[in-house]
Structures are given as structure tokens and as C-alpha cells.
Design a protein around this ligand. Sequence first.
Ligand code: THU
Length: 133
Amino acid sequence: MTDIDWQGLRAAATEAMRKAYVPYSEYPVGAAAFVEDGRIVAGCNTENASYGVGLCAECGLISNLAMTGGGRLAAFVCVNGAGETIMPCGRCRQLLNEHALPDMLFETVSGIRTIDEVLPDAFGPRDLEHMAG
Ligand code: THU
């Protein structure tokens, strides 16, 4: 996937953002990603009365990925209620990294970035393989 439809991806993220459940922060977030096969997966944040267990939009996206057939993520964008691009939080970078193509792209506040730039020297599944057996 060299020609990413960032506008289409942002539209999917914005649609997801409108479904966010955010009674506590009132900060809706929508995340969307292209999977390597071209389909789009998305998610919105869903908060909880027990504040600490609220789910970021990326959690829903990763669940959506698994539920719709899995695969690797090729491109990602995340928006807030003002339609601004925001960065995935640190925990969610780790979530995304687990399912990323090696050259996965992010539309970020500072332009298009790779997964390695967004989460350098990541700990991932290969680190566990290395120790197995
Ligand atoms: N949030 C996300 O959904 N994704 C991120 O990567 C950053 C933060 C949500 C969590 C919480 O519901 C709200 O934004 C305010 O922190």
C-alpha cells in the first residue's frame, strides 16, 4: 500500500469519534487504520465510572481488527472532537506495534511517520520468540 487515502482514513476516524462514550473527559477520540488487505478498521474511546479502566479508541480498533479477520496494519490516524490529529498514547503505540506491518505509517502532528519513529526500539513478539525453548 504505497498510495494511502489519508482523507478516507480520517473520515473513518471522524465517524468513529462521533460514537465515543466519554461522559467523564468529554474528549472523544476516533482511530482508524488500513489493514494490508485494504479494509478499514476503527474504534472509539469508551470510558467508565471506574476511570482507570476506560478504553482508548485504539483498543476498540484492535478488537475490530481481530473480529474482522486479523491481518497487519498498514496506516493509522487518530482524531479528537475538534477534528485535530492526535498522537496515540504510549500504551496504544504498543498495542498498534503488535499488529503493524514493518513499514506501517502514521499521520501525526508532525507529518507522516513510520512505526519505528513513533515507537523506537519497541519490545514486541520477536523478543519473546528469542527466549522460547
Ligand atoms: N484517548 C484515546 O482514546 N486514545 C489515545 O491515544 C489518547 C487518549 C482517550 C482516553 C480518554 O477517554 C480520553 O482520550 C482523554 O484522555
